[in-house]
Design a protein around this ligand. Structure first.
Ligand SMILES: Nc1nc2c(ncn2[C@@H]2O[C@H](COP(=O)(O)OP(=O)(O)OP(=O)(O)O)[C@@H](O)[C@H]2O)c(=O)[nH]1
Ligand SMILES: [Mg+2]
Length: 265
């Protein structure tokens, strides 16, 4: 599967680095994508077993609003959880953190799969743009402690589950932009499109949808034919950036608790 090409050394290294720094961490901010709260919990949760965890359902502006409310209340049954988007204030995020820790100036660690918005949230918490952010997964490469006015936060690169890694998980990660659109197999594109189709109500098959999309966007090669490869890449990029609408791909609430496992919060 294409995704294996992108389970690179730096993810292994990131896990090791996070582990080495965990002793100093009081609160782990688990950043999930509100479109796929289950799929984006698919990383090494065991690392954080004994830590106080706060769940942030980020990019909620790209997810279906009805499901946003459902997910927030479901996760909140047992764990601190809030919906976050680019407009969420620093004060709101600090409030949920400080209300779940006894420390006045807690050391906070921000973790999650690639491109979920970890560095954006970190910058918000410290009130400064100190961590680099960007639309490609894999922007943050090493862990770094950042300290501003008594708030100490650890930024970390995206981490992924190394074992039980199903095709469905990979397809959903593609839909939310966690997997770069290079190196994806046709099979994975097909599966991702099927999932997208089922929530968006599109009726056409992938090939004709891409053909139409390419024509509309003028993604043509010599002779006036649609450049299918390029059109496909742009289509999936736009889907992941929410440009074609707000969708939630994980809708089975009970699955969250299965993935979270016994460790809970
Ligand atoms: N629509 C939307 N976009 C967001 C939100 N938060 C972050 N982004 C965008 O998502 C992209 C990734 O953000 P980053 O903060 O770099 O994500 P990251 O998790 O640090 O990524 P890596 O370091 O690559 O693992 C950027 O283009 C951000 O502008 C949000 O709440 N809504
Ligand atoms: Mg980052």
């Amino acid at each position: 599967m294409g995704i294996n090409l992108w389970y690179p050394g730096h993810v292994q290294k990131a896990k090791r680095q996070i582990k080495d720094n965990l002793k100093k961490v009081d609160v782990v901010l688990m950043v999930l994508d509100a479109r796929t709260p289950v799929t984006t919990t698919s990383f090494e949760l065991s690392l954080f077993r004994d830590k106080t965890k706060v769940f942030l359902l980020n990019k909620s502006d790209l997810a279906d609003e009805r499901y946003n409310r459902m997910w927030q209340s479901e996760i909140s049954r047992s764990c601190p959880a809030m919906l976050v988007d680019k407009n969420t204030s620093r004060r709101e995020i600090l409030k949920i953190i400080t209300s779940h820790t006894k420390y006045e100036n807690p050391h906070i660690c921000v973790v999650g799969v690639p491109n979920v918005g970890k560095s954006t949230i970190l910058n918000k918490i410290i009130g400064q743009h100190k961590a680099r952010t960007g639309a490609q997964p894999g922007i943050t490469r090493g862990v770094q402690w950042i300290s501003v006015e008594g708030i100490t936060v650890l930024d970390s690169p995206g981490i992924l589950y190394s074992e039980i890694f199903s095709k469905e998980v990979a397809a959903k990660l593609l839909l939310i932009g966690t997997v770069p659109v290079e190196n994806i197999t046709d099979e994975l594109y097909e599966l991702a499109f099927d999932i997208y189709k089922s929530v968006s109500g599109i009726e056409s098959d992938m090939d004709s949808f891409i053909e139409d999309f390419g024509k509309k966007r003028g993604i043509l090669k010599k002779g006036g034919f649609v450049d299918i490869e390029k059109a496909r890449m742009l289509l999936f990029k736009e889907i992941s950036e929410g440009k074609l609408g707000r969708f939630t791909y994980d809708i089975e609430l009970s699955k969250f608790w299965e993935v979270l496992g016994n460790g809970g919060c």
